[in-house]
Write a protein that binds this ligand. Sequence first.
Ligand code: 2P0
Length: 329
Amino acid sequence: MKATANANANIALVKYWGKRNEKLILPHNSSISVTLDGLKTTTTAEFSKNFHKDEFTLNGERKSGEEAKKVSAHLTLIRKMFRRKEFCRVESQNNFPSSAGLASSSSAFAALTLASISALGFNPKPKELSIIARQGSGSASRSIFGGFAEWKKGVQVGGGDSYAVQLYPKEHWPEFRVLACIVSEEEKKVKSRAGMKQTVETSPFYRAWLATVEEDLKKTRRAIKEKNIGLLGKTAELNCLKMQATMITTAPSIVYWEEGTLKAMHAVWQLREEGVNAFFTMDAGPQVKITCLEKDLQKIKQRMNSEGFGKIIESRPGDGTVLSTKHLF
Ligand code: 2P0
């Protein structure tokens, strides 16, 4: 009753921001992302009737607080769905900093979903995996799939039609790159979950955000289909800024940006003035992710290095969530 899964984090090009149902994690809007090969979570899950409670270890450290609770809640959902009672031991390793706005919950809950369900001996289809992963963390619904994925918001009250689908596999656009410029590795003060709830409840701009998402989804689907980096980058950059505007205008205001964030944004704009196709996107954290093509990588990296960004994680479209035989324990 043990299984291991590898999942890659994804970065949203059209963001998910705000829920219509907190418990089932149903979003107000659909979102599109790219699953990245450089940001991986490996998770081993083992169920046993000899265990007396769930246990969660992340990067070698036993967790007891909020993170352990979220993992245990997800395991409880899975036990209920598959009519099992055993407790579970979970060990995870991230190859990138956790909780710093690098979408660690997307890979975490995608890997946990596949590892734990497989450990119980079941083999659900990707659609069902996406629906279950979504209930651990919304963005995890998209990490089930490699390449480019869209999480359809759905309309059903029970969430049976709110899951991700693959738009294109990673082979569709192998030249596409994301450079994550690490601005700070400190844990953020406001978690995404709390931040988006507060935004829905208090930002006067939230309706305006929702009113523009459909158009951004259309443009982004087309840009990916045509491999048009200019259209993709510009649409994603503006979509990100619109989402950030809703956060800034909540009560109290949520600003995830730091000095380095603004510095990186200006550097990207400067590169564009010089004719380089570089675009940024940010999530609920200070990190700046630059979308670009392989041919412009060196120039962009050199510029960001000279602007003081020493740590840059380079990724390309990667695989979805898969089983592995290399157990962590
Ligand atoms: C996204 N983010 O689409 C957006 C953009 C952050 C900004 O999904 O409450 O950890 O677990 O569903 O998935 C981060 O939120 O939130 C997120 P929950 P999640 O990637």
